[in-house]
Ligand binder design. Structure first.
Ligand SMILES: [Zn+2]
Length: 270
């Protein structure tokens, strides 16, 4: 852990040059007066602090969202049917770790540094892009980290390969657009990552959702009804069981093509 350095309170060595940093009480962001590195101070640790520049402006991010909505993951014509309810932009904080194993293989790990509205964002990989020194000019749009670094490192440890260690740690602010939209009276949230345009959403009007469930449910219901015929037949006594069984098989065979056709029609429609 070469650049995660513990130090006495209120004096921290710079991660870049080792120069003594003297943050004020409660001060998290600092520019090293010696080498001008931007660092973040998380109680007992000091790490590099970067932000990723956004390559998309709001209209372009919205166009990306529309393309995703028009794509195959979502319900047909969602891009035309959804109504946009609002959008916001921020730089969202992530703890970024570089791990190294004995053969010097490096891996990158990203963990959200604050609570996220779309848990899918946990699957974000390090977006390729222009990493810059964090600076005051983006502070107003930057979401402050609320999940402490030591907590996240505890989560990460069991996931690292046995012979790997964390070799670098940084706080990186990643640009995200959060879009709220409604579809058939329900509200949804989708996030467009501003460096590469990736779309993240947990819940969205997806294909293979309710219409398929309705067809599946209908089929299950019909067969359940049919299956009760032999039981009812048996209860009536005599040759009721044979009649019930015959009805069950006959009606089952008759309804199967209709259910199949219904499933095909639903698949073409959504
Ligand atoms: Zn320095």
């Amino acid at each position: 852990m070469s650049d995660v350095i513990s130090a006495p309170a209120n004096v921290f060595p710079c991660t870049q040059c080792g120069g003594e940093l003297h943050p004020d009480e409660g001060q998290n962001f600092l520019v090293c007066p010696f080498c001008e590195s931007t660092v973040y101070i998380d109680k007992t640790r000091v790490v590099f602090h970067w932000y990723l520049a956004s390559t998309l402006d709001q209209p372009k991010a919205q166009a990306n969202l529309a393309r995703w909505m028009g794509g195959s993951a979502t319900i047909k014509d969602l891009d035309k049917k959804a109504r946009l309810a609002g959008s916001s932009f921020e730089f969202f904080p992530f703890w970024v770790f570089k791990s190294k194993d004995k053969s010097d293989n490096e891996s990158l790990w990203l963990e959200p540094a604050a609570a996220i509205s779309v848990s899918e964002l946990k699957n974000i990989t390090v977006p390729a892009g222009d990493l810059r020194k964090f600076d005051e000019s983006i502070n107003a749009q930057a979401h402050a980290p609320t999940i402490p670094l030591p907590t996240v490192m505890e989560w990460l440890k069991p996931r690292l390969p046995a012979d790997a260690e964390i070799s670098e740690t940084a706080l990186v602010h990643i640009p995200i657009y959060t879009f709220k939209y409604t579809y058939k009276g329900d509200s949804y949230t989708a996030i467009v990552e501003g460096a590469t345009g990736g779309v993240f959403a947990n819940i969205f009007p997806a294909k293979a959702e309710s219409p398929f469930r309705i067809v599946g449910g209908l089929a299950a219901f019909i067969f359940l009804c049919l299956a009760t015929f032999p039981v009812l037949g048996a209860l009536t006594g005599g040759n009721g069981i044979a009649i019930g069984g015959g009805l069950c098989i006959g009606l089952g065979l008759l309804s199967a093509p209709f259910l199949f056709a219904l499933a095909v029609w639903v698949a073409a429609k959504v």
